[in-house]
Design a protein around this ligand. Structure first.
Ligand SMILES: C[S@@+](CC[C@H](N)C(=O)[O-])C[C@H]1O[C@@H](n2cnc3c(N)ncnc32)[C@H](O)[C@@H]1O
Length: 210
């Protein structure tokens, strides 16, 4: 079911998980403020950026990041639901680069345009991270459904594996500030900080790999 969030941008409500893909306080706003801006601020001097989008969904988090950056970017997006491509067709968020996301479909999981490369892996995220290269990613946009709805994606083991995939001097951003999430991130080796406070809930979380 499509919903209009408080910044007038659209997203979908997922009945299976009983949650929306992005915050009701503003789908596009959340993508920029909680994910893309703090991540980009951290890596803005790099000439080449490898991004892991952990739970790609409608691709809003990736799009917000692409709109901020102007260098060579390679995005690896993971999602286990091939229905996302039908949902992507039905939304028109105001990202400059959303036209790239719209080119993706079940039979076309990669897009190359200019200095941007996007590759989607359609499988369970816990399984996929085992096969990705270590010391490779500069940015991780971590956006599963909530720790209540998907606890298996927010564990210390998952964060440890993601930590290994990241370069030193890299950053993970996520919307959740749940205590268990932050403890698991710290246990995995991250330095954990408050991210921006947007909407009505608590701050988001920024996790740095030194
Ligand atoms: C909160 S939504 C992601 C929103 C997305 N970042 C966006 O900008 O629209 C969570 C996504 O996780 C996916 N998902 C749920 N369980 C998963 C799993 N075990 N492995 C991979 N993806 C999963 C869902 O299909 C959904 O698209």
């Amino acid at each position: 079911m499509k919903i209009i969030t408080q910044d007038n941008s659209e997203t979908f409500f997922n009945k299976k998980f009983n949650e929306s893909y992005k915050s009701n306080t503003g789908a596009v706003q959340e993508a920029f403020e909680k994910f893309a801006k703090p991540a980009f601020e951290f890596v803005k001097n790099k000439k080449e950026i490898n991004v892991l989008d952990f739970c790609f969904g409608l691709g809003y988090t990736t799009s917000a990041f692409l709109d901020l950056a102007n260098c060579k970017i390679s995005v690896t997006g993971i999602d286990n639901d091939d229905n996302i491509f039908d949902l992507i067709k039905q939304v028109n968020p105001e990202f400059k680069k959303y036209k790239l996301i719209k080119k993706l479909n079940k039979n076309n999981l990669t897009v190359f345009e200019g200095n941007i490369h996007i590759k989607i892996i359609l499988d369970d995220a816990v399984k996929v991270i085992d096969s990705l290269p270590e010391n490779f990613f500069d940015v991780v946009l971590f956006d599963p459904f909530s720790p209540k709805a998907c606890p298996e994606l927010w564990t210390g083991e998952v964060f440890k594996r993601i930590f290994a995939l990241m370069k030193s001097g890299s950053i993970l951003t996520t919307y959740s500030c749940a205590r268990v999430v932050r403890e698991n991130l710290k246990m995995a080796g991250f330095i954990v900080k408050d991210g921006p406070l947007v909407g009505r809930r608590g701050p988001s979380t920024i996790a740095e790999k030194k």
